[in-house]
Design a protein around this ligand. Structure first.
Ligand code: IMP
Ligand code: MG
Length: 180
């Protein structure tokens, strides 16, 4: 491991996340009720746990696709220049799209992905982020739904990594460096 030793303090329990997803899925259902052309687009890799739980709460006909944009890399600093590494497999022209992100921080990733996907001419596009760190925002972008607003802490778990580790934690925790 290339990093200083750290521990993870629980911030949001698995139970709280599940309860919040139930509420969010009701709102999302209302928004997309009646559509048979919904594509739920997960941003790799951090959203893979969230999107899995979210779509299983949605009682709608959905397709699932994935997009990979650049992220923090192995560090703790956001990169402002966002690139698309892996594009969608399917077309979204005329479709209803829900973009699913793990966490919105500076806002660069979601703003860029939004502009990029709009060039594909979807009929409707909405976005959801499980976590929001509003204190860090640099770009004026607001997801349509947020799971939890959190303080400016580096978090891991529930799909979210620190140097590719800890994605498999069932809860969201904050990284705290320890001595030695
Ligand atoms: P943004 O472009 O600054 O909004 O950053 C969004 C991306 O940065 C997210 O999709 C995450 O991959 C990553 N990120 C932001 N905050 C954290 C964090 O606290 N822990 C791990 N990754 C994070
Ligand atoms: Mg990410």
């Amino acid at each position: 491991m290339p990093h200083k030793p750290y521990v993870i303090d629980t911030m949001i329990s698995a139970k709280s996340i599940a309860a919040r997803i139930e509420d969010l899925s009701r709102e999302i259902h209302e928004e997309f009720d009646g559509t048979d052309k919904l594509v739920v687009v997960g941003l790799l890799r951090g959203s893979f746990v969230f999107i899995a739980d979210l779509v299983r709460e949605l009682d709608l006909p959905v397709e699932v696709d994935f997009l990979e944009a650049s992220s923090y890399g192995d560090g703790m600093e956001s990169s402002r220049e966002v690139r698309i590494f892996k594009d969608l497999r399917g077309a979204i022209e005329g479709r209803d799209v829900l973009v699913v992100e793990d966490i919105i921080d500076t806002g660069h990733t979601l703003a860029h992905v939004h502009d990029y996907l709009m060039t594909k001419k979807p009929a409707k596009m909405k976005s959801i982020a499980l976590l929001d760190k509003p204190a860090r925002r640099e770009v004026d972008y607001k997801p349509d739904w947020i799971g939890f607003e959190i303080p400016d802490e580096f978090v891991v778990g529930y799909g979210i990594d620190f140097a590719q580790r800890n994605r498999n934690l069932p809860y969201v925790g904050k990284v705290r460096f320890t001595d030695g």
